[in-house]
Ligand binder design. Sequence first.
Ligand code: ZN
Length: 143
Amino acid sequence: MWVVVHVFAGLAVAALVKEPVWLVAALALGTHVPLDLIPHWDYTVSRRPILWGWVDFLAGLVTLLVCLFALGMPWWLVAMGPLSGAPDFDVLIAAIRGGEARHWFPSHWKSFPHGKARPVPGVAVQVVIVVLCAVAIATGMPY
Ligand SMILES: [Zn+2]
């Protein structure tokens, strides 16, 4: 799953649950596993992983800045976005080390039934998730 989708999921949890912080953090991190189960398309298997990686990073960054400055979400709730996406550093570090590097996060293990789909439906499902999360983020206002 693209990191920006995990960022949106973490922000959605934060916007709806708000407190206590430990619960919000546990749920934000916890959303990573079920999202990785959903059949989706990852750019790590594309011909341009670095280009798509930058697009993904910048989309996530813009999302966080919008929540922080435009929506007025407190920083500790905004931090749940990167926390939710943080397990994907596992994928980035493994990619830098070489394809066969060991992953530490359970939904990235070879034995995990990681969802896979062709590019068009695999991106479309992520767009739907982002839209649903954006609705949740708006629903949670004011923070
Ligand atoms: Zn992941």
